[in-house]
Design a protein around this ligand. Structure first.
Ligand SMILES: C[S@@+](CC[C@H](N)C(=O)[O-])C[C@H]1O[C@@H](n2cnc3c(N)ncnc32)[C@H](O)[C@@H]1O
Length: 211
């Protein structure tokens, strides 16, 4: 991979404003992450995956991060409607929220499902695999923690596959292309599968000797 990734300075990045209730809950969940596994979803959109995940994984917790007001409001309303106690919706830029609020080595799973593809060459630094903040994001993963990334763009999947292995030293545990044997997990996955697009699902693992 021939892209140079700049370093991300947490001190210089603005700390997102959260409510005191949100801060207390994030701190509590992080401090309890040894006994109650904690997961993150980045770019959770309106929350289809987050809600289903929370129902399917009652003994774990998910912080679902979405930066746009419109989608985060829908996500928050859905969480309320479903009365789910194990999901915390946060409206924030994940690149700022994670380094400021999540400790290292406490996250079991990170989900990035159908991120904005930024397909233009000039925008390649805005793809997750090329982002400086990925260093801080991956530092929050536990050893044996996993990163799941889905996309409908083959080039994005290929770049992520090589970049997460070579640049970020993760192991590729799984690489699948649709048709998957499961129902659509997210609103975007539903749209792409209905259009008969191929969807790619990559799962990476963080090993013991990860630097
Ligand atoms: C293409 S949508 C996919 C939404 C959802 N994951 C799905 O598959 O239906 C990408 C989402 O990521 C959000 N997003 C992009 N960058 C983000 C960031 N830095 N922090 C939090 N959310 C982000 C966007 O606002 C958008 O809702």
């Amino acid at each position: 991979m021939n892209i140079k990734i700049r370093s991300f300075n947490r001190q210089q990045a603005p700390k997102p404003n959260l409510t005191s209730l949100e801060i207390d809950k994030v701190n509590k969940w992080v401090s309890e992450s040894e006994k109650t596994p904690l997961c993150l979803e980045i770019g959770a959109g309106a929350g289809l995956h987050a809600i289903q995940w929370a129902k399917d994984n009652c003994s774990e917790r998910l912080i679902a991060i979405e930066q746009t007001h419109e989608r985060a409001s829908k996500l928050k309303q859905r969480v309320k409607n479903h009365s789910l106690e194990n999901i915390l919706p946060i409206q924030s830029d994940a690149m700022l929220f994670i380094p400021h609020y999540i400790l290292e080595n406490c996250i079991k799973d990170i989900f990035i499902l159908y991120p904005n593809p930024n397909p233009k060459e000039k925008d390649k630094n805005q793809r997750w695999v090329n982002m400086p903040a990925m260093k801080n994001i991956l530092a929050t993963l536990k050893i044996n923690g996993k990163l799941t990334l889905a996309t409908n763009i083959e080039n994005y999947a290929n770049e992520a596959s090589s970049g997460f292995q070579e640049q970020w030293q993760l192991n590729l545990l799984e690489s699948k292309a649709s048709p998957f044997s499961f129902n659509p997990r997210t609103h975007f996955e539903k749209k792409y599968l209905e259009r008969k697009n191929t969807c790619y699902n990559l799962v990476f693992g963080k090993e013991k000797n990860h630097q």
